[in-house]
Design a protein around this ligand. Structure first.
Ligand code: NAD
Ligand code: LMR
Length: 328
């Protein structure tokens, strides 16, 4: 049970995900319906005015749980006392741009933010990186926060997880609640691997309820490329669904997973499933007492092994690239 008030810092607060996220945090969806919240918003200087506009709207909602809203363009101010840090602010991918191109553009943002979290956040800070490339940005922030336990730095693959559940539910014509134990492995990118071989639908393995061609040629690419499809359709990257997934990620982290189920989150690898230690990779995870744990003992067949390895190899390349840029 979380005691309030909880200080939540949101970076990129004036952006489109920020706009979809802040009102749900303030209304109690991030932590629970009884937990008071103090919001701290970080923006770059030119966007401070827009952030102030959002703060005016937050005030106009008269949310019972919202105790305060503070805005700053200084990470050392914005992360002061943060119990939860949502690192959303980054440059979104635009049409035709590969995520790898974002490494250099965004890497520089996460170093000073990691340093500030190290210096001024609360001892129990939990960090979720949403800004892309999320896994590697989380690695950069973590590298600059040596006093914060490494496992507190996580990256978001819950949106991919939710997308996969939705696609499978639609295919099998079942409610989303019938689906348990779905896993996204690897990177939040087109190489991610949504795994149906341990997923249960009404208690039966999902991969056995769909044909192999659909799984391979429709399901996996649809989930993995959904972000690009949204960009193509909206002319902007996903926002409300991304904010919703960020809420889900933190809510689960704080309040735990249900008995008999798990979720997906990118967390620092302990070497499980052959993922090199330290890479922030998506795994099947349970949460209890404010801690994620990797689900152990799953059998990985050759089909899954190949796809997990490919996504993990990409994470290794991204890590090497930011290392080469002196960012970690
Ligand atoms: P946006 O451009 O609407 O907003 C980004 C905001 O971040 C802007 O207001 C900008 O001023 C701010 N910002 C930039 N640099 C900053 C810094 N150093 N400190 C604080 N704020 C800063 O973008 P968006 O649509 O809200 O998306 C944000 C990020 O989330 C993008 O990187 C996008 O690719 C990513 N994203 C991730 C997922 C996921 O599943 N992990 C899903 C969707 C989007
Ligand atoms: C998404 O999955 O919707 C985003 O990460 C897309 C992107 O690359 O910005």
């Amino acid at each position: 049970m979380v005691q309030g008030p909880v200080t939540v810092t949101v970076t990129g607060a004036a952006g489109q995900i920020g706009y979809a996220l802040l009102f749900r945090i303030a209304s109690g969806h991030l932590l629970g319906p009884d937990v008071p919240v103090k919001l701290r918003l970080l923006e770059i200087t030119p966007a401070l005015k827009a952030a102030e506009g959002t703060a005016m709207e937050l005030a106009d909602c008269a949310f019972p749980l919202l105790q305060s809203v503070d805005i700053s363009d200084d990470p050392r101010v914005a992360f002061d006392g943060a119990n939860v840090a949502l690192l959303v602010g980054a440059r979104p991918r635009t049409k035709g741009m590969e995520r790898g191109d974002l490494l250099e553009a965004n890497g520089g943002i996460f170093k000073p933010q990691g340093e500030a979290i190290n210096a001024v956040a609360a001892d129990d800070v939990k960090v979720l990186v949403v800004g892309n490339p999320a896994n590697t940005n989380a690695l950069i922030a973590q590298a600059h926060a040596p006093d914060v336990p490494a496992e507190r730095f996580t990256a978001m693959t819950r949106l991919d997880h939710n997308r996969a559940i939705s696609q499978l539910a639609s295919k099998l014509e079942v409610p989303v609640t019938a689906i348990k134990k779905l896993t996204i492995w690897g990177n939040h990118s087109a190489t991610q691997y949504p795994d149906l071989f341990h997923t249960e639908v009404n208690g039966k393995i999902a991969a056995e309820q769909v044909d192999e061609a659909w799984l391979k040629d429709t399901f996996i690419p649809t989930v993995a490329k959904r972000g690009a499809a949204i960009i193509e359709a909206r002319g902007a990257s996903s926002a409300a669904s991304a904010a919703n997934a960020a809420i889900d990620h933190v809510f689960t982290w704080v309040n735990g997973t249900a008995e008999g189920d798990w979720t997906s989150a990118a967390i620092p690898s302990d070497g499980s499933y052959g993922v090199p230690e330290g890479l922030i990779s998506s795994f099947p995870v349970t949460a209890k007492d404010g801690k994620f744990s990797i689900v152990q003992g799953l059998e990985i067949d050759a089909f899954s092994r190949e796809r997990i390895d490919a996504s993990v190899a990409e994470l290794g390349e991204e890590r090497d690239a930011v290392r080469g840029l002196g960012l970690i």
